[in-house]
Design a protein around this ligand. Structure first.
Ligand code: UT7
Length: 333
């Protein structure tokens, strides 16, 4: 039997309706459209409004669309992995809630938390199940309702994040398409620079933690920026060299959308022109686990069978990594 690769055979994204513009943010904190645009590249982001709605509600929209366009019945799905840092609840896993809401009954499911690198961590994990030969249809969904953990009085973080979800179907390919290689990394000492202080077992929720606004994203922007800009570029170049890929061999870079300056620096190090880089940060901001699937979704109709694609991310943890894949189908499904 020939080698089994895990190939993406469908993709669907979802963003909530409400658009929070830079100008609206400037009515909430001392900032300006000009500052946000030049420092981050972000113009607007989508926010999930409505009582009782969480990450799973966006993920469900993405997964339902994915099942429809790949002609898959919920009963056929073997595994669902959800990458998120804003789970509906501390437990059970949001993947379980998504499976239930979509009617997936013959699968097992779990969450992965690797912050902004979560989607590529989850994709690599899922690919190992598919490559084993035992799993035929695996869904990887990345999504975050970042607005649930963003402090809208803190101008250094509230301008960055948005809400979104995206889902891909992974299936076996014996023709060599799909994931070819991956490099995943972690440096846990980086946790001091980017984390959520309270709500975990070390510092459970209390009146004090709420008063101190400790249930929000805490980020030392410059420290994170320095690591992100170096590590995301390093790992992207490393995966190219490991696979003997020259810049002209690469059809697309799909970078995590944290800051336009980080994306541009990564592309420069890889020797890629801007027209080979998926960038939609201006519309959605940093949607954490939603960025990479939202890019693939928006560019799907431009992708061709056999395209060499590099996915790259950097996130809290610190976590970072790259995936090299060969796209498995032409255009929009
Ligand atoms: O997604 C996973 C990982 N996350 C990242 O990759 C994010 C990495 N970090 C960044 O993208 C950037 O560090 C930020 C966008 C968060 C901040 O940009 P920066 O260029 O690093 O700004 P800074 O923190 O160095 O702040 C520069 C100045 C400061 O004023 P002073 O001290 O020079 O007077 C800030 O107070 O800009 C000020 N500032 C703002 N001004 C207007 C910070 N935020 C704002 C704001 N509007 N929203």
């Amino acid at each position: 039997m020939s080698k089994i690769n895990a190939a993406i055979t469908g993709i669907q994204g979802y963003v909530p309706e409400y658009i929070l513009t830079n100008d609206e943010l400037a009515t909430m904190v001392v900032t300006s459209d000009e500052w946000i645009t030049t420092r981050t590249g972000i113009k607007e982001r989508h926010i999930l409004k409505g009582e009782g709605l969480g990450t799973s509600d966006m993920a469900v929209e993405a997964v339902k669309g994915l099942l429809k366009k790949t002609n898959t019945s919920p009963d056929e799905v073997d595994l669902v992995i959800c990458a998120t840092v804003t789970p509906d609840m501390v437990y059970p896993a949001t993947a379980n809630i998504i499976s239930d809401k979509v009617g997936i009954k013959n699968a097992f499911s779990f969450d992965i938390n690797a912050a902004c690198s979560g989607f590529i961590y989850a994709l690599v994990t899922a690919s190992k199940y598919v490559e084993s030969g035992g799993y035929k249809k695996v869904i990887v969904v990345g999504g975050d309702k970042m607005s649930s953990v963003v402090d809208y009085t803190d101008r250094t973080t509230c301008i960055i994040f948005g809400d979104a979800a995206g889902a891909v179907m992974l299936e076996p390919s014996e023709e060599g398409y799909g994931i070819q290689d991956s490099i995943l990394k972690v440096d846990g000492s980086g946790r001091v620079h980017l984390h959520q202080k309270a709500g975990g077992s070390v510092r459970p929720a209390s009146i004090e933690t709420v008063t101190n606004r400790e249930h929000f994203v805490y980020q030392e922007g410059q420290a994170v920026f320095k690591f992100a800009v170096t590590k995301m570029a390093d790992v992207s170049v490393e995966i190219m060299e490991k696979n003997n890929l020259k810049s002209e061999d690469i059809a697309w870079l799909v970078p995590h959308q944290a800051n336009l300056r980080i994306i541009e620096a990564t592309a420069r190090r890889m020797g890629l022109e801007k027209d080979k880089v998926m960038i939609n940060i201006q519309k959605y901001g940093n949607t954490t686990n939603g960025t990479i699937p939202m890019c693939l979704y928006e560019w799907e109709d431009q992708l061709k069978k056999g395209d060499n694609i590099i996915l790259s991310a950097f996130g809290g943890g610190f976590t970072w990594g790259s995936i090299y894949l060969k796209w498995a189908y032409d255009g929009k499904r």
